[in-house]
Design a protein around this ligand. Structure first.
Ligand code: DGL
Length: 259
């Protein structure tokens, strides 16, 4: 038993789409979330830069007492999780595009993956996707500009970009589209206006939350039943923009601070 918080980090607010599922599955757990918004998008940085930024967030979360760390960013995971696991003793949960569920689900044999340049170019993604390339066709699209729009909180501005990115995949005949960036689920409502209902949109929030729960059980570090959970968000970006985005999470009191 351990009332210390779950540490979560992302290049910005995207990982809050993962936080939401974690909070549903583990309602007694306190959380500390780092939104490194000033450095977003990570997807356009080099592997060395992404690694260095991931180390900084990890160190800060450990200083603040995190008992487990969820890397709620596909770009940070695919570029740095190996390094983090090798250098820090705490258990890590990482997230990478859900290629496998899409490959299992597809009837057309064609799947689309929308992710950042950094994720699609990473060794981890290349290795995972290689396992499925023989049996399904994978259409990769870089979601240039989408992270910045989500960070600004003006989600409807994503419509023209999403029309372009999603139509390319739809025209190619995909029946499953993987959201390979944790910022993108914020844009699901906009996407549903573009994507026909016959196409499944897959994001990894639920399975990542379940994985976090399983690891907490395995390490026997779950919070006491009587714990009064607290939720903190530290941002390197603008506190007002963050407040506007988290106002979507009704009934949750976040303590906000600077990273
Ligand atoms: N949320 C991050 C991800 O899942 C966004 C990366 C970025 O900042 O470019 O990939």
């Amino acid at each position: 038993m351990n009332n210390q918080p779950i540490g979560i980090f992302d290049s910005g607010v995207g990982g809050l789409t993962i936080w939401q599922h974690i909070n549903e599955v583990l309602p007694k757990e306190s959380t500390i979330y780092i939104a490194d918004s000033i450095n977003a998008p990570y997807g356009e940085k080099s592997t060395a830069e992404i690694k260095a930024l991931s180390i900084l967030s990890t160190e800060r979360l450990l200083e603040l007492g995190a008992k487990i760390i969820v890397v709620a960013c596909n770009t940070a995971t695919t570029n740095s999780i190996k390094h983090l696991r090798a250098n820090f003793k705490v258990p890590f949960v990482g997230i990478e595009p859900a290629t496998k569920p899409a490959a299992i689900n597809t009837k057309t044999g064609k799947i689309g993956i929308l992710a950042t340049k950094g994720t699609l170019a990473s060794e981890l993604f290349l290795n995972t996707s290689k396992q499925f390339r023989g049996s399904v066709e994978i259409f990769e699209t870089i979601g240039t500009g989408l992270v910045q729009i989500v960070e600004s909180g003006r989600f409807s501005e994503a419509t023209p970009l999403l029309k372009d990115y999603l139509t390319r995949m739809i025209d190619a005949g995909v029946d499953n589209i993987v959201l390979g960036c944790t910022h993108y689920p914020f844009l699901k409502d906009v996407m549903k206006e573009i994507v026909p209902s016959s196409i499944t949109i897959i994001d990894s929030g639920q399975p990542i939350a379940q994985r976090t729960k399983n690891l907490i059980n395995e390490y026997q570090i779950h919070a006491y039943e009587a714990n009064q959970p607290e939720h903190q968000i530290l941002t390197s970006g603008n506190l007002e923009t963050l407040s506007a985005i988290i106002s979507r999470f009704h009934n949750v009191k976040f303590h906000l601070g600077k990273f």
